[in-house]
Design a protein around this ligand. Structure first.
Ligand code: GLC
Ligand code: CA
Length: 538
C-alpha cells in the first residue's frame, strides 16, 4: 500500500528477549523468524527490531562495532535475510534500528582514533577535546572520559559509546553506505536512534542540567540543534531513490527525538523523516484533560506539516504501561525495584487495557512494545545482581534502570523458560508469575488481553481508523473522553463516574475483561469502549 506508514501499527521486537532458538538464554534472529506468524495473527503491519549489529553489548546493542554485520549472539546475515523474507511473505514490513549518534568504543574507527593521537584525522571522526565541559551523560556521571594521552572524548551515553563528529565527511559517508547496505537487503525503513543528538553547539558551552530534564530538552547545547535536519534531508533522498524503484514499497525513516511536539514536527517536514516518536504522549499521566491536550496538540501540529501523528505507550526504555499506570498518583521513572512502592497489578492492567484501546482508536500510526499484548507487567522484584542496564552502575545504584521492561517473553505456560528458549535459561530472570501471562493461555481465553488486542487491531483495520478525522463529543474538562471516528464512537472513562452507554449502540470492543452481559449498560471508571453508532442514533 502507498503510504502504509501513515496508519501502520508497528510492533517493537526487542530481539534478545523475544524468542531464543538455540537455548543460550538470549533471543535471536531465527527465534524471531519462527514466531513471526504470531505477529501476523496479532494483526500488526510492521515490526521494528532493536539493534542486532555486531556489538560488545555494553548498552544492549546500542553500541555498534560494525554497522554492516550481525552479532553472533543474534545469528548471521543469512539469518537476517531469512527473517526479512519471511516477514515479507507474511505481509509484514521490517524497520531496523540505526544508531548514528555514537559507535561502540570497540568500533575500528574509535580504536584507530585512540592509537593515532591528538590532532589526527582519526580523532576528528569523534569529539575529542583538551578540556571537558560540565555536560552530564544521560546514563549519569560526566559525559566525558579521559584517554591516556590526556585528551577527553564526549559520550552522551555510556563511556563505551563515543559520540561521532557529524561534521566529518567520513562519518556522513559511512552512514550513507550503511543505509544502502540495509536497503539493498530489503528493509522497509529505519528507526533513527537519538535523532536529536547528532549535532552539538560548536562553541561547547557549559550546561550542567540533567539531560532528560524539560529544560534540557529545550535548550541543551547537544540536543535538537538545527544542523541535524540537513542530515535527514540527505537520507530522505537516498530512501526516496529506493522508493522510486518500487512504489509499492515506500521506505521510511522514524525519528527517536525526545523533544516537545512543536520541535518534534521539524523532523517530519516533507523532505525529512516520515514519522517521529511521540514522547509527550508516552509521558502523559492517566488524566483525561492531559490526554486530550496532547492528542489535540499532536494532531494539530503533525497535521500542519503533513505528517501522521504517532502514538506509543511502552518501549524498552520505560516502565511497562501495565505497571506505570498501576499507581494512584506516583509516576515511576528509572525503573522499579523490590524496595520501591509496588504498582497495583489489577489497576495497572485495567488502565493499560483502556489506554491501549484509546491509543488504537486515534488517527495515525501506533507503536506497540513486545509483551504489552499480553498485558505483561514490569519485572519489579529482579535481584540487583542481574541488572545489566548501564544506568544502574553509572547512577550509583540509585536508579534500577530499564531491565525490568526487557525480560524474556512468556510464550508457553508449562514450558522451560515459559517457551522463550530451551534449557539455557534466560539472560534476565523471568518472574514466576509470568506463567499466568503466557501467550498460549491467552490464545484460548476469550477475555484475555491478547484477544482484546487482536479484536481491536482487526476492527481498526476494517474501519480504517488509522485515517480520517477525530471529532470530540465531550467537554474539554470532562473525566470521560468521548469522540467520534467516522462511524465509531469512542468512550474512555478516566476515573470518572460510570457513563451510560447510549442506547441502540453496539459495543465493538471493550477494555474490560468481564463479559458485558453481566454488567450495567455503562462505561465504568478506567474502561474504554468502541461503539458502532447507528445512523439514527447519531
Ligand atoms: C535510545 C535507545 C536506548 C539507548 C540510547 C543510546 O534512547 O532507545 O535504549 O540506550 O538510545 O543509544
Ligand atoms: Ca539464542
Amino acid at each position: 500500500m502507498q503510504d502504509w506508514w501513515r496508519t501502520a501499527v508497528i510492533y517493537q521486537i526487542y530481539p534478545r528477549s523475544f524468542a531464543d532458538s538455540n537455548a543460550d538464554g538470549i533471543g535471536d534472529l531465527p527465534g524471531i523468524t519462527e514466531r513471526l506468524g504470531s505477529l501476523r495473527s496479532l494483526g500488526v503491519d510492521a515490526v521494528w527490531l532493536s539493534p542486532v549489529y555486531t556489538s560488545p553489548q555494553a548498552d544492549a546493542g546500542y553500541d555498534v562495532a560494525d554497522y554492516c554485520d550481525i552479532d553472533p549472539i543474534f545469528g548471521t546475515l543469512d539469518d537476517f535475510d531469512q527473517m526479512v523474507s519471511r516477514a515479507h511473505e507474511l505481509g509484514l514490513r521490517v524497520i531496523i534500528d540505526l544508531v548514528p549518534n555514537h559507535t561502540s568504543s570497540a568500533h575500528p574507527w574509535f580504536q584507530a582514533a585512540l592509537a593515532a593521537g591528538p590532532g589526527s584525522p582519526e580523532r576528528s571522526r569523534y569529539l575529542f577535546a583538551d578540556k571537558p565541559t560540565d555536560w552530564l551523560s544521560v546514563f549519569g556521571g560526566s559525559a566525558w572520559t579521559q584517554v591516556p594521552d590526556g585528551q577527553w572524548y564526549l559520550h552522551l551515553y555510556d563511556a563505551a559509546q563515543p559520540d561521532l563528529n557529524w561534521h566529518s565527511a567520513d562519518v556522513r559517508q559511512l552512514f550513507e553506505q550503511v543505509l544502502r547496505f540495509w536497503l539493498d537487503r530489503e528493509v522497509d525503513g529505519f528507526r533513527v536512534d537519538v535523532a536529536h543528538g547528532l549535532i552539538k553547539d560548536p562553541s561547547f558551552p557549559d550546561f550542567a542540567d540533567d539531560p532528560l530534564s524539560p529544560h534540557a530538552k529545550l535548550s541543551a547545547p547537544y540536543w535538537d540543534q538545527d544542523g541535524v535536519h540537513e542530515i535527514y534531508r540527505s537520507w530522505r533522498a537516498i530512501l526516496d531513490s529506493y522508493t522510486a524503484q518500487d512504489r509499492s514499497r515506500p521506505r521510511v525513516l522514524c525519528a527517536e527525538a525526545n523533544v516537545p511536539v512543536p520541535r518534534a514536527i521539524r523532523y517530519v517536514r516533507p523532505d525529512e523523516m516520515h514519522q517521529a516518536f511521540n514522547f509527550p504522549y508516552l509521558n502523559t499521566p492517566w488524566s483525561a484533560p492531559a490526554l486530550r491536550r496532547v492528542i489535540e496538540e499532536s494532531l494539530q501540529q503533525y497535521g500542519s506539516v503533513g505528517a501522521p501523528a504517532t502514538w506509543v505507550l511502552s518501549n524498552h526504555d520505560v516502565v511497562r504501561h501495565a505497571s506505570r499506570l498501576g499507581y494512584p498518583d506516583y509516576q515511576p521513572t528509572g525503573g522499579i525495584g523490590a524496595d520501591d512502592p509496588q504498582p497495583d497489578r489489577e489497576l495497572g492492567l485495567r488502565r493499560a487495557r483502556a489506554a491501549t484501546l484509546l491509543m488504537l482508536a486515534l488517527p495515525g500510526s501506533a507503536y506497540l512494545y513486545q509483551g504489552e499484548e499480553l498485558g505483561l507487567p514490569e519485572s519489579t522484584q529482579m535481584p540487583d545482581d542481574f541488572r545489566q542496564d548501564p544506568n544502574w552502575v553509572r547512577k550509583n545504584y540509585t536508579e534500577k534502570g530499564r531491565d525490568g521492561a526487557r525480560v524474556p517473553l512468556p510464550w508457553v505456560s508449562t514450558a522451560m523458560a515459559f517457551g522463550f528458549g530451551g534449557m539455557g535459561g534466560t539472560w534476565l530472570p523471568q518472574p514466576a508469575d509470568y506463567e499466568s501471562y503466557a501467550r498460549d493461555l491467552q490464545e484460548i481465553s476469550e477475555t484475555s488481553t491478547l484477544q482484546m488486542y487482536i479484536t481491536a487491531l482487526t476492527r481498526r483495520r476494517e474501519l480504517g481508523l488509522g485515517n480520517g478525522e477525530l471529532t470530540w463529543e465531550s467537554e474539554p474538562g470532562s473525566r470521560v473522553l468521548v469522540f467520534r471516528r467516522g462511524p465509531v464512537r469512542i468512550i474512555c472513562n478516566i476515573g470518572g463516574q460510570p457513563w451510560p452507554l447510549p442506547s441502540g449502540t453496539e459495543v465493538l470492543v471493550s477494555s474490560r475483561s468481564e463479559p458485558r452481559s453481566t454488567r450495567h449498560r455503562a462505561v465504568e471508571a478506567d474502561e474504554c469502549v468502541w461503539l458502532l453508532a447507528s445512523p439514527s442514533n447519531g
